[in-house]
Unconditional design. Structure first.
Length: 87
């Protein structure tokens, strides 16, 4: 299991565009990928679930993954979370 925490830098938080990028990054991993914030853990492979955690700028989100290419998926999602560009 790979697990890392990231601070959301996007001024508008996780909205549709970054959520789509997170889901695409999660699909790199053939196993399970989760996002966790405030005690709520959701599948990162579902757009609705990713949006439902309501992550805003400066929130800390923990990304965890198990399976083949888990580390690559966690790092790719972390790159999206750590992007400060408002899209």
């Amino acid at each position: 299991m790979v697990e890392k925490s990231y601070v959301v830098l996007n001024p508008t938080g996780i909205h549709a565009r970054p959520a789509k990028k997170i889901v695409e990054a999660a699909k790199i991993c053939e196993g399970t990928v989760y996002l966790e914030k405030g005690g709520r853990k959701v599948s990162a492979k579902s757009l609705v679930n990713v949006l439902s955690i309501g992550a805003k700028q400066n929130d800390t989100v923990t990304v965890s993954a198990e399976g083949e290419k888990a580390e690559a998926a966690v790092d790719a999602i972390g790159a999206v979370l750590a992007t400060a560009e408002a899209e």
